[in-house]
Design a protein around this ligand. Structure first.
Ligand code: G3P
Ligand code: CA
Length: 250
């Protein structure tokens, strides 16, 4: 086994999509909110516009998190920036824009946050999304800061990530555990295993940890659930509400 690439110190809490319960997800306001609530890391979802600009967005379509409709992949950056990505959440966030990855990295660095970049490609663009987004991220990231943790549900995105940022830590992100998970963990030399808290238990977390990697669990929004999964040996939880879980932040 090759040496597992080190991470910066892992916090107990990672703001999920920023602080998705308190501000529109995957926006600059959401990242500010997570930091204001005491989160030391944030997780965000990255995909590409039609003109290949990495931006933050979770869904394949615009409908839920903007005032646009239809597939996100069909819009250029200029068109996407005309949309309102805040009003759907609250009038207080009217005029919020879909942020570019460049803006997000600048903000995360300015706020001194750790970053988990989840590559969230649309079908058929897994390699391209990882290649474009991580080439850009690598060009912007200072050598003297712990690099982002890069995760994806998509095998092709993780394979590409390993090529583009060979010295950055990867997170093996899963929902239902695939049969070949151990093989992939070793082959990709991931640094963390990121799991769905609702599908796991103490025994499965022990299995993941037997590979020598910390386990991160999503999405945990109550103190009792956080205490339970941390009790199983999970190192960090992704939460929509950093303020709501601050008592277990450690
Ligand atoms: O990266 C953890 C978690 O964000 C994965 O699920 O659907 O919230 O992106 P999702
Ligand atoms: Ca995500």
């Amino acid at each position: 086994m090759s040496d597992i690439l080190p991470l910066g110190p892992l916090p107990r809490l990672i703001g999920h999509r920023g602080a998705a319960r308190h501000a529109p997800e995957n926006t600059l306001s959401g990242i500010h909110m997570a930091a204001a609530q005491g989160a030391r890391w944030v997780e965000v979802d990255v995909k590409l516009t039609a003109d290949l600009v990495p931006v933050l967005m979770h869904d394949d379509t615009l409908d839920r998190t903007t005032d646009g409709t239809g597939p996100a992949k069909d819009l250029t950056l200029d068109a996407l920036r005309q949309l309102d990505a805040g009003s759907w959440f609250s009038p207080a966030f009217r005029g919020e824009k879909v942020p570019t990855l460049v803006e997000v990295i600048q903000l995360v660095l300015a706020l001194n946050l750790g970053l988990n970049l989840e590559i969230k490609p649309c079908p058929g663009r897994e390699e391209e999304t990882a290649g474009v987004a991580l080439t850009l991220a690598y060009s912007l990231w200072p050598d003297d800061r712990p690099p982002p943790l890069v995760s994806s549900f998509a095998d092709a995105s993780l394979d590409m990530a390993r090529q583009v940022v060979p010295r950055w830590p990867l997170g093996y992100l899963i929902d239902r555990r695939p049969a070949n998970w151990r093989q992939r963990v070793e082959q990709l030399n991931v640094s963390t295993i990121n799991v769905n808290a609702r599908r796991e238990d103490a025994a499965s977390i022990r299995e993941y940890k037997s590979t020598g990697r910390p386990v991160l669990a999503y999405t945990v929004n109550t103190v009792p659930m956080a205490r339970e999964v941390l009790g199983w040996g999970v190192s960090s939880v992704f939460t929509d509400t950093p303020s709501g879980l601050m008592e277990i932040a450690g």
